[in-house]
Design a protein around this ligand. Structure first.
Ligand SMILES: O=c1ccn([C@@H]2O[C@H](COP(=O)(O)OP(=O)(O)O[C@H]3O[C@H](CO)[C@@H](O)[C@H](O)[C@H]3O)[C@@H](O)[C@H]2O)c(=O)[nH]1
Length: 762
């Protein structure tokens, strides 16, 4: 792992201590300060309408379960076996639905008032001192692979962070970049960017630039809007900055990695070159920044997430400082938003409805989940300190039990222990005169074996043991008794790139699901955290929904197989149209989809976005979640290991010629990965089943064999064929990356043949 520590905006290498104060307070009586945030619950009527709609779907699911229990022989044409399988799957769906109703029961949002951070009577544009003592923030950017994450992407993120609006930003904001790829190119690019930042940051602040990632700023208009002589200076500055940025881009692109290695990649890079790459989040995000700047607040960013709202930190401060009780905001998470997002979310990965409906609901319980990027943490929460920890334990003198405890928790570095003590007991640290004097200490604490015999990775720092370390770490913070807040701003605080294309999207979903299953089967699962710690019961239920994604795979797969199985074996698992019970599954199908559709409408999304997300849910559960489920099963048997496959970021930024392939970026693409086999097989199977069923309807009666499956089974198969349409197209007429490779088709056909044989023998 390589670490580059970049001093903040003005290039200053000094900073004051990170006092976590809530502004200066004088002794004389003053009216209460204006609020920094406002809690806005959903209107009563709207809230009840959603609750009742959710309950209606749940009741219909329960009615279907009751129907199955009453008619356990499966009605006409059923052998009872398929009804029992359907009963188990539907019981699972009902449980999930109940969890969802609970999670969305009391949605809340918070409105932030950064203008009130300024002392009364002043305008937001006044000098830094008028903001009082706002806490320092360490901003931590991670990158891992210079090929998948071009250095220019990281550079833009860093530049946008350095240019944030914050009082005394030069002293109070520090930016760290960790590179698990140990790339000299990334290191070199950052050093080049540091020079550019010296001009870029003042330019952004002087002209109030809205988006401070240069690639976005300069791409939004080919020339600045100017209205006359008054803008002449701006025009000159703009042209200068554009030229400088173009030069920076050229310098970064034209750098040859070998020559960098020959001539040495810079002293910081050399210093950290030998540090092992593993468990980057805890090592770099917490330990290195702790011994250097030790800000009480930490902002975590993926390398492709640039600042889209220059006041993002001020908004976050409203939520970190604006509650009477610090426990209300252990961390503040901004929703993930994506720039140049494809229209109507064809890959179902923009998660707008998820954040607006589900996370807003969870916010009414114990708070938003930690989503890995765009999150402001209190450092003490990351250190595993419970909220309002008071100082009965303040005996921090050498030799006392708390001193020994610090060593056990944080390891043997005196500097790290001192910084931890300052954070835990809210003491202000001495100003850091020269952060470069801490290089040796930083190297010592960044060693992977520094963890041994300490609580790092378990009770302190980011938690090890899952590919989704973000959810796990957030859950641990909640289990300490902290709450969290979703920070919704206009414009959105941060923006990143969402992967496009089938392989990248399904790989990401598979990785997430693998990490989630790792949590659920471990001793870190939310049920234990509720039983033995302070995770609220309903928050635990909300965690179970998300962590249980991969566990849904076997149920969805079984349910998806029931339709074809019944048609192929001439049975039914749903009541016939002529039977009384038919109205129950029909009403369920209509009400579930209407409820879901209305959620998308309420979020201001299109009908197409709803359909794309619905379709992708079916595809993901059968493909990515099924594979994740199997991966974790093999891992728990000791037969395989899980690996973090990094998501490719926006290459168009650094590789202009690379983007010629994407004629239709919204169209599903394929490769020979095993993740495509299950859906391909299921798509084929459903087509076979519908064809066989149609033949039986047409010719079966003439031969005296009545057709047992009814309209329900045909609808199930037809619906799945519609959901899997991108695969059907890929099987039948897709060309190049739009077509499913023969190897996948062959393996899928083999599975279909096996299933049909199985149907024949039963
Ligand atoms: O060994 C590694 C692997 C990844 N990363 C960085 O981690 C971040 C997230 O990786 P990415 O491949 O972009 O994963 P995503 O699925 O897009 O990220 C989401 O999911 C991750 C796992 O839950 C979280 O860590 C992220 O913050 C969250 O945005 C990126 O900046 C990477 O450079 C490393 O630093 N070291």
């Amino acid at each position: 792992m390589a670490v580059v520590a970049a001093a903040a905006a003005t290039g200053s290498t000094t900073r004051s201590g990170g006092g976590g104060g809530e502004g200066t307070r004088s002794g004389r009586k003053k009216p209460p300060p204006p609020p920094l945030q406002e809690r806005v619950p959903l209107g009563r009527r709207a809230a009840w309408a959603w609750r009742l709609a959710g309950l209606a779907v749940l009741l219909l699911l329960l009615a279907l379960l009751a129907l199955r229990l009453l008619r356990h022989h499966g009605g006409a044409g059923g052998d009872g076996g398929v009804w029992r399988v359907a009963l188990v799957c539907e019981a699972w769906f009902a449980a999930l639905c109940a969890l969802n109703v609970s999670a969305k029961w009391s949605p809340v949002r918070f409105v932030t008032r950064p203008e009130n951070l300024v002392a009364e009577g002043r305008t937001p544009s006044t000098t830094a001192a008028e903001y009082g003592e706002l806490p320092a923030v360490d901003m931590l950017v991670t990158t891992a692979d210079p090929a998948l994450e071009p250095p220019l992407v990281t550079v833009n993120t860093v530049l946008s962070l350095l240019a944030l609006d914050y009082p005394r930003a030069g002293e109070r904001l520090a930016c760290y970049v960790s590179d698990d790829g140990c790339s000299p190119l990334t290191c070199h690019a950052l050093r080049e960017a540091a020079g550019f930042a010296a001009a870029w940051v003042p330019f952004c602040r002087r002209y109030g630039v809205a988006v401070r990632a240069p690639f976005r700023y300069f791409s939004s208009s080919s020339s600045p809007e100017s209205g006359g002589p008054a803008d002449r200076k701006f025009l000159d500055d703009w042209t200068f900055m554009k030229d400088e940025y173009d030069k920076l881009v050229r310098r970064i692109k034209n750098t040859d990695e070998r020559s960098l290695l020959r001539h040495g990649g810079g002293e910081f890079f050399a210093e950290f070159l030998n540090v092992e790459r593993r468990n980057h989040p805890t090592i770099v995000k917490t330990r290195v920044s702790a011994v250097m700047t030790n800000a009480p607040i930490m902002l975590n960013m993926d390398c492709d997430m640039f600042v889209n709202n220059p006041q993002a930190v001020l908004h976050a401060m409203c939520l970190l400082l604006g509650f009477d009780d610090e426990a209300s905001s252990g961390f503040v998470q901004a929703p993930q938003r994506f720039y140049d997002a494809l229209k109507d979310d064809p890959f179902g990965n923009q998660m707008e409805c998820f954040f607006k409906r589900f996370i807003s609901g969870v916010q009414g319980v114990q708070g938003a989940f930690y989503a890995g990027t765009g999150c402001f943490h209190r450092r003490k929460a990351v250190y595993g300190v419970p909220p309002n920890f008071n100082g009965a334990e303040r005996e921090d003198t050498i030799g006392s039990s708390s001193y020994k405890e610090l060593h056990t928790r944080f390891g043997n570095s005196e500097e790290l222990n001192e910084s931890a003590r300052n954070i835990i007991w809210d003491l202000s640290s001495k100003p850091m005169v020269d952060i470069s004097s801490r290089i040796e200490v930083a190297k010592a604490v960044s060693a992977c074996n520094y963890d041994i015999g300490t609580c790092w990775g378990q009770e302190v720092g980011w938690v090890y043991g899952s590919l989704t370390e973000d959810i796990l770490t957030g859950q641990r913070i909640h289990a300490m008794g902290w709450r969290s807040v979703l920070m919704v701003t206009e414009p959105p605080a941060f923006m990143g790139s969402a992967p496009i294309g089938g392989p990248a999207c399904l790989t990401q979903f598979k990785r997430w699901a693998t990490g989630q299953s790792e949590i659920i089967i471990s001793r870190n699962n939310p049920i234990l955290a509720t039983m033995f710690k302070r995770l609220k019961f309903r928050q635990c239920l909300a965690y179970l929904i998300v962590l249980g994604w991969p566990l849904r795979a076997p149920f969805e797969l079984c349910y998806g197989l029931l339709g074809p199985y019944c048609i192929l074996t001439n049975q039914s698992f749903l009541p016939k149209a002529s039977e009384d019970g038919f109205s129950v599954p029909l009403a369920l199908f209509i009400s579930y989809n209407t409820y879901n559709f209305m959620e998308y409408m309420a979020c201001g999304l299109s009908a197409r976005a709803w359909w794309n997300n619905h379709r992708m849910q079916r595809i993901i559960s059968v493909s990515a979640w099924t594979l994740a489920f199997l991966t974790v099963l093999l891992k728990s048997l000791g037969l395989s290991e899980t690996v973090f496959e990094v998501t490719g970021k926006d290459k168009s930024m650094s590789d202009d010629d690379d983007n010629t392939d994407g004629a239709d970026p919204g169209r599903f693409t394929f490769d020979s990965s095993p993740v495509f086999i299950p859906v391909t097989a299921l798509a084929m199977l459903n087509i076979v089943a519908v064809t066989v069923g149609a033949c039986r309807v047409a010719f079966g009666t003439a031969e005296g064999v009545p057709c047992a499956p009814g309209i329900g089974e045909f609808m199930c198969c037809g619906w799945l064929v519609l959901c899997f349409f991108p695969f059907v197209r890929g099987i039948v007429w897709g060309k190049g990356s739009y077509g499913i490779p023969w190897s996948v088709k062959l393996k899928a056909s083999l599975l279909v043949a096996m299933f049909v044989t199985f149907c024949k023998t039963t």
